[in-house]
Ligand binder design. Structure first.
Ligand code: SAH
Length: 347
């Protein structure tokens, strides 16, 4: 293992077989070694800074039917909502006062959010808060649409690839959705000039270590600006209700490997990681993560954006508690900063 780790540190690249061997070797001792190395790399590039993103969940209405997701179209028990442009602006203003300089507009694929409507929202945020970055996470759209939203001022786009193996992709999604289209979207976003985020769930149904090796190889080749990695957590009203969740420990192990592959990547300690384990986000930070994304959505809708069982939306997840969060983050040696938190490019 020592040779593999040394190679990874030096070249930031392994073969698929080597990634698989490293993943197979997962154990608490190795996790600790990799977390220390990842933390050193993260401190070299970003110091002890943790960037915060205000997550605004704009709609849980979705035309897609992803088998893992609690807001999938066929979930009749999901209480649907969308928030208005005015409410989104209000959330952003609230967030601005709390020190947020990035707002992430995330939602299901809700046809209401046409290019015109999203352009209008982006322009309003940018006009009022020109020192802020706007990140979109609104799923798959056409290249033309991505271009229009970029031209309106959007800076970043999060679109997890979910799995880099097309067979596995087919087991997580209905046949209308394909890995090919997901990848085309990611490439289009990159070409347009967004800072782009990909990512995947850890411990999703049918996932094997070969699949994860492909995810890591994809991340190595794509060189995302951001990378969202969190444990899969079952949702009771989905076809995957009976599957078990991914673990915080394995998620942190993979966060560390990703930090070593991409030293400058913006790597969140996700809500799912904080939801699966008390202190999960602090552990993620110690394993190489440098971003947290507290919830800025209106309180009345927070419980409704339920992607998985027991998703945190209050306590430290809530943006109002950013000072509490800062305390916890400080207790493990980092600090939250008021900053757009763009990706460093030091090479
Ligand atoms: N509609 C947008 C946003 C999706 S929600 C899009 O398609 O990109 C953001 C992420 O939550 C998804 O990409 C998925 O990886 C994650 N997610 C969904 N259901 C989940 C579950 N049950 N457990 C853990 N993560 C989940």
């Amino acid at each position: 293992m020592d040779n593999l780790i040394e190679k990874l540190e030096k070249t930031r690249s392994l073969t698929l077989g080597e990634y698989k061997a490293l993943i197979d070797a997962f154990c608490p001792e190795l996790a600790k070694v990799l977390a220390e190395k990842a933390d050193a790399v993260r401190r070299r590039v970003y110091g002890n800074k943790v960037f915060i993103r205000g997550l605004i969940e704009v709609s849980n209405i979705c035309k897609n039917d992803c088998f893992y997701c609690g807001i999938r179209a066929s979930n009749k028990k999901c209480d649907r909502y969308r928030i208005s442009a005015d409410e989104i602006l209000e959330c952003a203003r609230e967030g601005y006062k709390l020190g947020f300089r990035t707002f992430v507009l995330q939602g299901g694929e809700d046809g209401y959010f046409t290019d015109e409507r999203v352009e209008d929202i982006i322009k309003r945020i940018k006009a009022e808060m020109p020192d802020c970055a706007v990140t979109l996470s609104l799923g798959e759209r056409s290249k033309d649409s991505y271009q229009r939203l970029f031209d309106a001022g959007a800076d970043r786009y999060l679109l997890r690839h979910e799995t880099a193996d097309s067979g596995h992709y087919g087991k997580l999604h209905p046949s209308e959705l394909s890995l090919e289209n997901r990848m085309n979207c990611l490439r289009a976003l990159r070409e347009i000039g967004y800072q782009v985020g990909c990512g995947f769930m850890v411990g999703s149904p049918y996932q094997t270590n070969e699949h994860i090796a492909k995810d890591l190889k994809f991340i190595e080749e794509f060189q995302p600006d951001m990378c969202g990695i969190g444990p899969f957590i079952p949702h009771k009203d989905t076809p995957f209700a009976e599957f078990s969740a991914g673990t915080a420990e394995f998620t942190c192990y993979l966060l560390s490997i990703v930090r070593l592959i991409c030293p400058e990547v913006l790597l969140p300690a996700t809500t799912a990681l904080g939801s699966i384990k008390e202190g999960g986000r602090e552990e993620g930070s110690q394993a190489g993560a440098n971003v947290v994304m507290p919830n800025l959505s209106p309180k009345s809708v927070r419980e409704k954006y339920m992607l998985y069982n027991n998703k945190l939306s209050s306590g430290d997840e809530a943006a109002e508690a950013v000072r509490e969060l800062d305390k916890k983050i400080r207790s493990v040696g980092y600090e939250i900063v008021t900053d757009r938190g763009d990706r460093r490019k030091e090479k």
